[in-house]
Ligand binder design. Structure first.
Ligand SMILES: [Zn+2]
Length: 285
């Protein structure tokens, strides 16, 4: 993990380990604003320790979307937690279904045989997890002024129905959440792909000086374009396969798909094509 001062008073927590989500810290005269709380309370605590702040100093937490690797550290904070209305709704329903202690234990057990190290680590990570919902919600956008800092939280959808970005107009920093996976395969299993492509076409309009992606290193417009091109080309090509009556297996065997040159590429590459194949097939049925 690396703490990067992206602008005066604005810190990005950039994670190098595969899968870990980035987070942000905005220091204001009224206290800290935290953007996303990572995958667990101990993980989030480590970020706060590295930045030299305590959770009680936080004035506000913002969740960019409901995925567990962005919201499972929420319980550390007693301050208000702001998110899109759909984020709260989705977290509430998961809290009572897939995210109950019993359901989580069962899903870890199911993966234990294939990946015992992951199962062990995950049990430690989520021991004591208390799913903590956003306390304040909005629909389209929320404009804040906290301790003299303007903060705009804007809904885009795409990656998930509730996906938002956090924009700081004075420092021109954009926390893009999982609308951007920088130079890597995106996680798309809750996505509306056409909506995501449309969102990525709008992100350059911010004219950001620094972009903190949900996953990957600090980035800029080339990374937005790379992800947009990947999603667009994969979507269009998969639609062609579906139209020609090809199965998902036939589609994944097509060597002409775009690829990111990263570890575990084959797994994500195929998973994403299969998901798109299913979405497109259903939409045509
Ligand atoms: Zn996500």
């Amino acid at each position: 993990m690396e703490l990067i001062a992206v602008a005066p008073g604005v810190t990005a927590f950039i994670r190098y380990d595969e899968g870990a989500a980035n987070a942000g810290l905005i220091r204001t005269a009224e206290g800290a604003v935290i953007v996303d709380t990572t995958q667990s309370p101990p993980d989030m605590q480590a970020l706060l320790d590295a930045a030299g702040i305590v959770a009680a100093e936080a004035h506000l937490v913002i969740n960019t979307h409901f995925h567990s690797d962005h919201v499972w550290g929420n319980q550390l904070f007693a301050c208000p937690i702001l998110a899109h209305r759909l984020c709260r709704e989705r977290m509430e329903s998961l809290r009572d279904s897939d995210w109950t202690p019993e359901a989580l234990a069962a899903s870890i057990a199911a993966r234990e045989k294939d990946d015992p190290a992951w199962a062990r680590e995950t049990r430690v990570r989520i021991a004591g997890l208390r799913v903590t919902l956003p306390t304040e919600v909005f629909d389209r956008r929320r404009d804040l002024e906290i301790g003299g800092v303007h903060i705009e939280v804007i809904h885009f959808g795409g990656h998930t129905p509730d996906s938002c970005v956090v924009w700081l107009p004075e420092s021109r920093v954009l926390f893009a959440g999982d609308l951007i996976f920088a130079r890597r395969y995106p996680f798309i299993l809750d996505a509306d792909i056409p909506a995501w492509i449309a969102a990525l076409k709008r992100l350059p309009e911010f004219g950001a000086r620094a972009i903190v992606p949900g996953h990957g290193l600090l980035c800029g417009e080339p990374e937005i374009a790379a992800l947009r091109d990947y999603l667009e080309a994969t979507w269009v090509r998969t639609a062609e396969h579906v139209t020609q009556g090809h199965t998902a297996d036939q589609a994944t065997a097509d060597p002409a798909y775009p690829r990111f040159n990263v570890a575990n590429a084959a797994r994500y590459h195929e998973t994403n094509i299969r998901f798109m194949h299913e979405q497109i097939r259903k939409s045509l049925a």
